[in-house]
Design a protein around this ligand. Structure first.
Ligand SMILES: Cc1ncc(COP(=O)(O)O)c(C=O)c1O
Length: 368
């Protein structure tokens, strides 16, 4: 049996005629930039997120960059985040001129260890940037308390957490702004690049709207210097088609995660992911900690099972960020997790049979 890491072609098979007719309409109207598809998607995604405003942008990275800029973060400021995330989180921080400051992750949730945030706050700290990794929201109450105490902004990286909830609240709506990616493999993915910022703050919404479109308030009137960072109309239209399925897809991911957790619960060499009591995860990824991870990965690959590592080398140890001056041992929890983590195949269409095949092969590996 073959088990892919994700199965976008299967997802598209059901949506193909609707997507093709949308593309065909777009060719007829030549409405590629802005317009009703983008505006309607923004309305619908804001509603889905239970947020006041949504601004479509060209990627999750731009969403983070524009949200930071709109929150007033700039050169010399420090932004606290985690070393176990996709590099875009800290690219956005450094590209607005600020400095990423890392806090180790919690050993149970792999999200920011909120107990360790306060010791990293300095006079230069301007924002906290929690990442809702793998689809599980970070523990936002302590994050919010620290932000209030030190008057810091909160930008949420919700790029892996479309539809997740923290104590009933949607990921992306608890800080000053929430940032989403619609990279194809995300829980809500475009057929290309895309992203969005959601916010309850009208001023942030207004600034992000300008930033994504060369700082324009109206055509050729530039209030600020901005970027070419728009969400295009075809992607917005495709996202509208897929958004209608997101709730159901997230439930199917949760179902698959429950199958994995049940089938792997008696395997001593494997640690299954824990959903925190405050969280409703949408399982963008199902990440186990596995003894002999690299050998297991090879074994599974030989058995037709695709797996991934999110992420194998923590950001504080990446060559690109060597100027931050970190070394091995600085964030021990993150480093230990990185050495063992393994992402198993998860996508809405995965069957019980496929999950059983994966877990049987994992058991086979450890009994031999
Ligand atoms: C946690 C996280 N942050 C940021 C990003 C960046 O999103 P994009 O690839 O759309 O720029 C991603 C997507 O890969 C992500 O997973």
């Amino acid at each position: 049996m073959k088990v892919p890491f994700l199965a976008l072609p299967a997802q598209h098979r059901f949506l193909k005629s609707e997507i093709l007719s949308l593309v065909s309409d777009s060719l007829d109207t030549a409405g590629f930039i802005g317009g009703p598809q983008v505006e309607n998607f923004e309305k619908e995604f804001a509603e889905f997120c239970e947020a006041s405003f949504c601004i479509g942008v060209s990627s999750g990275t731009d969403a983070l960059r524009f949200a930071l800029l709109a929150a007033g973060i700039g050169p010399g400021d420090e932004v606290i985040t985690v070393p176990n995330t996709f590099i875009a989180t800290i690219e956005a921080i450094s590209q607005v001129g600020a400095v990423p400051v890392f806090v180790d992750i919690d050993s149970k949730t792999y999200n920011i260890d909120t107990v360790k945030i306060q010791e990293k706050v300095t006079a230069r700290t301007k924002a906290l940037l929690p990442v809702h990794l793998y689809g599980q929201p970070a523990d936002m109450d302590p994050v919010t308390d620290i932000a209030k105490k030190y008057k810091l902004k909160i930008i949420e990286d919700a790029c892996q957490a479309h539809g997740a909830r923290y104590k009933g609240k949607r990921a992306g709506t608890m800080g000053d702004a929430g940032c989403f990616s619609f990279y194809p493999g995300k829980n809500l993915g475009a057929c290309g690049e895309g992203g969005a910022v959601v916010t309850q703050d009208e001023n942030i919404a207004k600034t992000v709207r300008m930033l994504r479109d060369h700082g324009q308030v109206k055509k050729y009137y530039h209030e600020i210097e901005g970027y070419n960072g728009r969400l295009d109309a075809i992607q917005a239209g495709i996202l509208r088609i897929k958004l209608k399925k997101l709730q159901e897809w997230n439930s199917l991911r949760r179902q698959a995660a429950a199958w994995y957790s049940q089938l792997l619960s008696g395997v001593p060499q494997v640690r299954i992911p824990k959903q925190a009591e405050y969280a409703r995860s949408v399982y963008h990824l199902y990440v186990i900690l596995a003894e002999d991870r690299d050998k297991l990965m090879k074994f599974l690959s030989a058995k037709g099972i695709a797996t991934g590592m999110h992420y194998p080398l923590p950001l504080h140890l990446q060559h690109a960020y060597r100027h931050l001056g970190h070394s091995k041992g600085d964030f021990p929890v993150c480093e230990e997790v990185a050495a063992k983590l393994l992402s198993l195949p998860i996508f809405p269409e995965i069957t019980h049979e496929q999950v059983m095949y994966v877990t049987d092969r994992i058991k086979e590996f450890y009994t031999n």
